[in-house]
Design a protein around this ligand. Structure first.
Ligand SMILES: Cc1cc2nc3c(=O)[nH]c(=O)nc-3n(C[C@H](O)[C@H](O)[C@H](O)COP(=O)(O)O)c2cc1C
Ligand code: SF4
Length: 490
């Protein structure tokens, strides 16, 4: 992962935990409305992909255990991982693009209801993404994937003196060039396909399925949200953040010329159309909100000012909550190894999304709060009460309470802190804060996600393995190699 060049190591902030009485009187443990849905407290577990679904997107025993474990800590809201809205293969990520996924998702809802004693509201994050291929082996790229053009032929003719090189000869010549020489021969997109792997963009208007996204996506998202309602979820979070399709429409890099790119009014058009389609197909008691970026944190990307504009437009349209993230883009991601896909959390923007303790002077704790607060201020100034969720290095009661006290957000999200200790909200509320297993913000979990391995936390995945085996835990309680437990100890 990328780190700020200053590489200042920040210690975890000291924590003074509340007594049970203080917690009961706190803002953090006071209720809040997200449209029609009431959260018992302002604690929120944001979406985290755990790589536990089947290869074709179904809920597994491990998915149920993962969410059941979070539910036992009784957060106000729990958001199920980014779940694909289309009926297309996408590896072991949950899917909601067909009714056949409904029974499993229904059991997931029941599990969370049961494990939280009915105290936690359950949302599901729904996502669309475009095609991203693995970085090819150069030989294969030149032999098969590259489309040979007149530019390549001409470069080959000039370099070799062959009067009219055949396609095969051009391919062999290109394959023989040293990597640096390719810069002068291949187009930027071809170089990217070779060095990072082929990746579609929303601006690829020559591809009919990309050109037609504005026609297709409102209905696809609406069908997915309708299914979420049928499965019993309390609402959906439309994934408009990070590196995926909807965020790419919002991005300042979106130059589509069909009325859905260019100015920010045009970039927000499809996200609003998707929202309206979702709203029209879901019930009145069902919450619809979105997650979007307070800043893209890449050169030429959307700024905080854009996010303030988008926030107001989403609030005006009637969204029930707005959850803010930052960064997480492909644009500045590291070059992957051959055979791996580019991962959008490896550059500076990835750092801003999941900041670690190796940082700059600002540090990781509450790093995204000024941006979240600015978006919230714009929404309030425009006269909308829409609750805003902030995340980013929030792992103590004091920081969480201060966020609410200073009006930086209305709901406090904590992803890694809750992965480290799914009971931390409950412990804080019960005056048992000293027993919290505190996240160290060093991103072992994120490294597993990057390698598409089942996600666990370094603080607990090797703890009590023998006792767990002795208790008769099934094989699904462990990683495939048997060396890690997959849920936090009690
Ligand atoms: C393992 C892992 C998986 C994640 N998956 C998602 C996801 O599916 N959707 C999403 O919007 N954010 C995802 N995130 C980002 C988190 O929701 C959150 O924004 C980020 O970790 C910063 O919050 P934190 O400092 O409280 O951890 C993921 C984070 C981690 C560590
Ligand atoms: S592995 Fe655990 S301690 Fe490390 S960042 Fe992830 S949740 Fe925090």
């Amino acid at each position: 992962m990328w780190h700020p060049p200053e590489r200042i190591r920040h210690p975890l902030p000291a924590a003074r935990w509340p007594t049970e009485g203080e917690a009961a009187a706190s803002r953090l443990f006071s209720p809040v409305q997200a449209g029609p849905v009431r959260l018992e407290s302002r604690t929120w577990v944001p979406a985290m992909v755990p790589w536990r679904a089947t290869g074709d997107g179904f809920v597994t025993r491990q998915v149920l255990d993962w969410y059941g474990r979070f539910a036992r800590g009784r957060p106000g809201a729990l958001v199920v991982e980014a779940t694909g809205v289309r009926d297309i293969p996408s590896g072991p990520l949950l899917r909601i693009g067909h009714d056949r996924f409904l029974p499993g998702l229904g059991v997931l809802v029941e599990t969370v209801r049961k494990e939280s004693g009915g105290h936690t509201r359950l949302f599901i994050q729904i996502i669309d993404f475009l095609s991203v291929k693995r970085r090819p082996e150069p030989g294969k790229f030149f032999e098969r994937f590259l489309k040979v053009t007149d530019t390549h032929r001409e470069a080959c003719r000039v370099a070799t003196g062959w009067p009219a090189p055949e396609e095969g000869a051009v391919r062999s010549w290109l394959a023989s060039l040293p990597d640096a020489a390719l810069d002068g021969v291949l187009a930027p997109r071809e170089l990217e396909d070779l060095r990072y792997g082929y990746r579609e963009r929303v601006t690829d208007m020559h591809l009919p399925h990309v050109r037609d996204l504005p026609k297709l996506l409102p209905d696809i998202f609406a069908s997915a949200a309708e299914r979420a309602g049928k499965a019993g979820f309390d609402g959906v979070e439309l994934h408009y953040a990070h590196a995926y399709t909807m965020a790419s429409f919002l991005s300042a890099t979106n130059t589509r010329d069909d009325g859905y790119g260019g100015t920010r009014e045009r970039r927000v058009r499809l996200p609003l159309e998707v929202y309206r389609a979702v709203r029209a197909r879901t019930g009145s008691g069902f919450a619809v909100g979105c997650r979007f970026l307070a800043e893209e944190s890449v050169v030429g990307g959307s700024t905080l000012d854009d996010a303030c504009f988008f926030g107001v437009e989403f609030a005006r349209a009637g969204m029930d909550f707005l959850s803010l993230s930052r960064g997480g883009k492909f644009d500045d991601a590291k070059r992957p190894d051959v055979g791996w896909a580019v991962y959008p959390y490896t550059g500076r923007s990835g750092y801003e999304c999941m900041p670690t303790v190796i940082s700059d002077a600002r540090g990781p704790f509450g790093r995204n709060l000024p941006a979240a607060a600015a978006v919230r201020r714009s929404i309030r100034r425009a006269g909308f009460p829409t609750p805003v969720v902030a995340v980013g290095g929030i792992g103590t009661f004091e920081i969480a309470e201060a966020v609410l006290k200073h009006g930086e957000a209305d709901i406090v999200g904590a992803a890694r802190a809750t992965l480290a200790d799914p009971d931390w909200f409950l412990k804080a509320r019960q005056g048992r804060g000293a027993a919290v297993r505190r996240c160290e913000y060093t991103n072992y979990c994120e490294g597993l996600d990057q390698k598409h391995k089942v996600v666990t936390c370094k603080l607990w995945d090797r703890v009590g393995l023998d006792a767990l085996r002795a208790s008769g835990a099934p094989p699904e309680a462990f990683s495939a190699d048997g060396r890690r437990r997959l849920t936090a100890p009690g």
